[in-house]
Every structure is written in structure tokens, then in C-alpha cells.
Design a protein around this ligand. Structure first.
Ligand SMILES: [Zn+2]
Length: 641
């Protein structure tokens, strides 16, 4: 472990430590007036990650308690994951002791995340020990694969128990972490001291600990992304090789632009310092998870050195950073229980995720071209793909958008098969369309004087430099929009949230001077997107998404292949009598003649005839000269450079 040269405090964003004993005592005297018992006696947490390369974390805790019945909880509902995804099955070897004697524990028979103990008289703290098994190549979010032999991402919620009944905001935790010798690390959690490969952090509330993951690795590099209004920003990269760290200067410059563009968009920053924990590996789960002062971003190993790999995920870091404002600072009331007086056992309500995730999706995507991470053409190709996906979903006629948000906790884990009929977490991509339309409407109604940027400055602005959370409800969003531009925003939003129209809301695209078309051109953007997803996407021609090995990811419900009898998850063996490869299939479709398929379904083979002759079709946006080009104005850089 190590830091970038002489960066101990600045890179963690720690405020200068109180230097003199007098000041320390004065601060302590002040704190004792109001801080509850747990703040004076912090829960001590030591995590030994030296076996992370063997996928084991060793945990030792000292938990302040009173004698009598005590319940220890393992975090269940994980902030940002909107679901009860705490990996409780991977907690093993649990032992509890008090005063040197074993204390038996009993798991609750209903709540699998709760352990009951009976603390003997005279005991003021119990010692808790357990191991956490980090999963192998598993998909999922933070509970997916998070370690390789070269790196590890530690999410504290996976390696702690906390006593029930103490609000997460006032339970103080003094955490320490031991990383494998020689590894470097990064985190937003302020550091108290370090020696050798051990780091001791400043005491912080449980909320902040859970919100502050650590990345570490043998191949590690920290890039300074610049200080804006005294607030520093860092890009910490952990990778499976040194080569993967060799980001060209112009790529790092795009991330510096991103920091500046977020300042122009929001006008305030609700963090002490900001840290991208960017993990580059083909063997960890790929996703991003937002935090107030950092984000846990994971993509392929070559993301910083191969422009096509970066292009396919360039929206990710902008998206996660936007969440510091939209998701952490401003949060739907239904998603905040753990941060106020509850614990992580309180179920979340996702009905406003079309703001939390949907607006973030829109803003993250427009920040990519504003920062230079995407070209304007890349952005338009991405938007065309989003529009096409939503405009070709049979599930729209039974499931309104709001239900995808309410049911978020079931949809993240649902399969891709018949995805067009089920619908998925559509509040992300459809949020892009709805918020684009709102942006265009504000620009049109105000005759170019205002835009959604003004909404962001008023809704997400305020005082800079400290962690804060302000909750909201539907009516607050409507009121904030009305304050920027009077309009029937409640009617606008309700119509789009409750519609069972078979077609997607494309008013933002047409209103901004563009239209959705399909042709046979498979763009570089589309190829990059197919490479990232590891399948060929012929959704808008014969209606198939198919992997290299022939397995069908999905057959679009109501599309030519599905109508001809192709079922999701079967295997494509041959196309027009020739062994299947993605190229053989594409060329058969491009020939604009009916296609014969041989598919394998379990032990049985079927010949299927698809009477489709329309050629290859991929979505694009083309300019509609009858309307002014607002889209190009929306994605243009706002900060001069
Ligand atoms: Zn998000």
C-alpha cells in the first residue's frame, strides 16, 4: 500500500488534523455535551484484507453494548442498489465474545440478516469476529466479483455488523484496514494515520463508512483531476496490469473537463473531496455505484487505453458523479430510511427512481459530450439506441414506466429472456427521453432564456463543501420545475409515468430538431456497444440478440424471429444451412431474403423459417431541418477550454 507522493491529507480530502492538545481537548469537551454514548465509544472495526487475493476478508469488531438482549444486524438494503442485496450468505465463521468468554448467537428465524445475543451483566463491549467470502466471477453490483489476484474493492457494508436501535447517522465507527504488502489504495474516507500496510481512518458515522468504499491494488495510479473552489478531485485507478494504467493525457483531460462541467451544471458541490475509484478488470462485476464523495466504477481492463472500450462505457463516470447531487444530496424520501433514524433493514421505496436514476441517466449522458468523453456523434448514436429500445417494447402496453421503478428491487436481478415483454429497469433509459423532453420544453417555452441546467442549479445547488441530504417528493420536483418555467409539469410527468402506449415518448428528439431512423449502417458506436455486451444485436431487423456461441439472449417479443418460433435462451446452430457465426447471421439478414435457422432447444433441434426481407437495421438520429437544432446546444461544452 502506498499513497501518491506527499498526498496523505490532500488526496483524502481530510481537513487539517487538529494540531494542538488544547484544541483537541476543547473539541472533545464540546462534543460530550450532545453526542450519544456510541459517539464517545466508537464501534471499532478492523478488516484484514491481506487474503483478498484468496477472496477472504477477516473481520474483528469491538461493539459497545449494554447488558441484556442485543441484536446485531448485517446491512441488507444497500444504498444505490435499491434492493436487499447485502451478501449475507458470504458471512462465515461468526464468533461473539464478552469479557473473554464466548457468547452464543442465534440468527432471527425471519430476518436472515439479524443475530441475537444476550450480553451478560458487567460487559460494556462485545468482540465480534467473522470472515467474508468475496465471490468469484459473479455478476451483480457490489456483492458481485470484487477481487482478483491483483486488486480488490472493499465495500464496508459487507464486512461489519451494527447494533440495532442506534441511528446510522450517530453510530460512530473507528475503522482500520490492512491491505496486502506493496498495494496502494484510494478512498474518500479521511485517514487518521497509516503504518506499513495498515491504514487507520478517522472515526465516522456508519452512514459515511458504508458510503466510502476503498479500492486497492498492486497496479494502482492516482490522477489529480483538479481543485475547484478548494475542493480536490481524484481519479484512483486499480487495474489488473500496469499497461492498463497508461491513460493518454487527453483521456485524463476529459475527466478534468467533467469536474469543471459539473460545477457549471450544479453551481455547488456537496462533498469535501471527490474520488473516482475506477477499477479496470475483465474479472470483476462491471457496474458503477454512487457515493456522496466517491464512486465505485468498474469496467474492462483496457478502458483507458482502447478508445472503443472507453466509448462503450464513457457515460459511466459522469453518471456516478452526477449522483453526488442527484441521489445523495437530493434523495427521494422513500430511499432514505437508513440515513435518518433507521438502519439498513428498512425497505426502500423506488417510485421516484425515474428522478434518482432517470435524471442522472440524462445528465450523465449529456455530460459525456460536454466533457469530450463522447463526440456529438457518439452521443446521438447512444440516444438513438435508447429511443429504439424503448420504442420496440411490447411490455409497454401492460406495464407503465412508474411500475418499473416501484418494482426496481425485482427487476435488477431479472433475466434478459423476454425482456421486451417484461420490461426492465426502464426508468434509466426512459428517464433520458423524459428529461430531454423537459429540457427541450423549457428551452422552447422560455424562448432560449432557460434550460434544465437552471433546474439543476436551483434543485441541486446550495452551500458547498459539506455532506448534506435533502429529501423530496413528487410535488417538490413539480414545484422546482415550475419555478424555472411555468407549465403543467404534473400533467406532463403523470402522463409519461402512467402511459400504456405502445410507443416511446420521443418528443424530446423531434422537438430538438432530430428524428429516429433505421438503416443498414452498423456504426463504430454500435460495434463498441456490441463488444461490451458480448453479443450481436439484430433487434430491429430479425429481432435477435445472440452471443458468439449462438445462445439467444433475447428474441424481441412480436419480432420476426420470435413470431417464427425462436425462443429466448435457445441456441442458434446454423443459418441457411451453414454453421452459425455472428457474421454468417448478419450477412444472411443483409441479403434481404428469408432466413432459415436451425436451433437447439434442450435436447431437441428445430428448423425455423423467418420470412423477413428488410435487411439489416440499426437506429440513428438524422437532422430534421424544420426544427432548430437544440440537441447540439444541449451537449455543447459549457466551460471554455
Ligand atoms: Zn445510477
Amino acid at each position: 500500500m502506498s499513497l501518491e507522493p506527499d498526498a496523505t491529507t490532500s488526496r483524502t480530502g481530510a481537513r487539517p488534523l487538529i494540531k494542538s492538545v488544547e484544541m483537541r481537548l476543547a473539541a472533545f469537551a464540546f462534543l460530550t455535551l450532545w453526542v450519544p454514548m456510541h459517539a464517545q465509544n466508537p464501534l471499532k472495526l478492523r478488516v484484514d484484507a491481506t487474503d483478498a487475493t484468496r477472496r477472504l476478508f477477516h473481520v474483528r469488531m469491538s461493539v459497545p453494548v449494554k447488558s441484556g438482549p442485543v441484536t446485531l444486524l448485517y446491512p441488507q438494503w444497500i444504498p444505490g442498489e435499491h434492493a436487499p442485496t447485502g451478501p449475507i450468505a458470504n458471512l462465515v465463521g461468526l464468533k461473539v465474545q464478552g469479557g473473554g468468554n464466548a457468547i452464543p448467537w442465534k440468527r432471527d428465524s425471519v430476518n436472515m440478516f439479524a443475530f441475537h445475543i444476550d450480553v451478560p451483566a458487567g460487559i460494556s463491549a462485545v468482540d465480534v469476529a467473522f470472515d467474508f467470502i468475496a465471490p468469484p466471477d459473479a455478476e451483480g453490483f457490489s456483492s458481485g466479483a470484487s477481487t482478483t489476484t491483483e486488486l480488490a474493492v472493499l465495500n464496508w457494508n459487507q464486512v461489519l455488523l451494527y447494533p440495532q436501535g442506534v441511528p446510522a447517522d450517530s453510530l460512530q465507527i473507528q475503522a482500520a484496514l490492512k491491505v496486502p504488502p506493496g498495494w496502494r489504495y484510494g478512498t474518500a474516507l479521511p485517514i487518521q494515520r497509516e503504518s506499513g500496510n495498515e491504514i487507520e481512518f478517522q472515526p465516522a458515522p456508519l452512514t459515511t463508512i458504508v458510503d466510502s468504499p476503498v479500492s486497492a491494488g498492486a497496479h494502482y495510479k492516482t490522477f489529480d483531476l483538479g481543485t475547484e473552489g478548494d475542493i480536490p478531485h481524484y481519479l484512483h485507478v486499480a487495474a489488473d496490469s500496469d499497461r492498463a494504467l497508461e491513460a493518454p493525457n487527453e483521456v485524463v483531460e476529459h475527466f478534468r473537463n467533467l469536474v469543471k462541467e459539473t460545477g457549471a451544471l450544479f453551481g455547488a458541490r456537496h462533498y469535501r473531496s471527490y474520488h473516482f475509484l475506477y477499477t479496470l478488470s475483465d474479472h470483476v462485476a462491471h457496474f458503477g455505484l454512487e457515493h456522496h464523495e466517491s464512486s465505485d466504477d468498474r469496467t474492462g481492463e483496457r478502458s483507458l487505453i482502447d478508445p472503443d472500450v472507453l466509448r462503450a462505457s464513457a457515460y459511466l463516470l459522469p453518471h456516478e458523479m452526477v449522483h453526488s447531487w442527484n441521489g445523495k444530496y437530493r434523495r427521494p424520501a422513500g430511499l432514505t430510511a437508513h440515513g435518518q433514524d433507521g438502519g439498513y433493514d428498512v425497505p426502500m421505496k423506488g417510485d421516484l427512481l425515474w428522478v434518482y436514476e432517470g435524471l442522472t441517466n440524462y445528465l450523465g449522458e449529456i455530460l459525456a459530450p460536454r466533457s469530450g468523453l463522447w463526440s456529438p456523434e457518439d452521443y446521438r448514436e447512444s440516444l438513438a439506441g435508447t429511443a429504439a429500445e424503448l420504442d420496440n417494447k411490447a411490455g409497454r402496453t401492460w406495464r407503465p414506466l412508474e411500475d418499473t421503478a416501484v418494482a426496481a428491487q425485482t427487476l435488477y436481478e431479472s433475466g434478459d429472456d423476454y425482456g421486451s415483454l417484461r420490461r426492465s429497469v426502464d426508468y434509466y433509459p426512459e428517464g433520458t427521453l423524459i428529461w430531454l423532453e423537459a429540457d427541450v420544453l423549457i428551452r422552447q417555452l422560455s424562448k432560449g432564456a432557460r434550460s434544465l441546467d437552471d433546474f439543476c442549479r436551483s434543485f441541486h445547488g446550495g452551500a458547498s463543501g459539506k455532506i448534506e441530504m435533502k429529501t423530496y417528493e413528487f410535488a417538490d420536483v413539480v414545484a422546482a420545475l415550475n419555478a424555472v418555467q411555468p407549465y403543467d409539469w404534473a400533467g406532463f410527468l403523470n402522463q409519461r409515468l402512467h402511459s400504456t402506449d405502445s410507443r416511446a415518448p420521443l418528443g424530446g428528439i423531434t422537438g430538438s430538431g432530430w428524428k429516429l431512423v433505421y438503416d443498414g449502417v452498423r456504426s463504430d458506436f454500435w460495434k463498441a456497444y456490441e463488444d461490451r455486451r458480448k453479443y450481436a444485436d439484430l433487434s430491429y431487423s430479425i429481432g435477435l440478440q445472440v452471443r458468439e456461441d449462438g445462445s439467444i439472449v433475447d428474441a424481441r417479443y412480436g419480432g420476426p424471429a420470435q413470431e417464427a418460433g425462436v425462443t429466448p435462451a435457445v441456441k442458434l446452430i446454423a443459418v441457411n444451412g451453414r454453421q452459425f457465426t455472428p457474421t454468417v447471421l448478419r450477412e444472411a439478414v443483409a441479403a434481404a431474403k428469408p432466413v432459415d435457422l436451425l436451433v437447439k432447444d434442450g435436447e431437441f433441434y428445430k428448423s425455423l423459417h423467418i420470412d423477413y426481407t428488410g435487411g439489416e437495421k440499426y437506429p440513428h438520429l438524422v437532422r430534421d431541418e424544420t426544427n432548430p437544432d437544440l440537441l447540439s446546444a444541449i451537449i455543447a461544452a459549457k466551460v471554455k477550454r
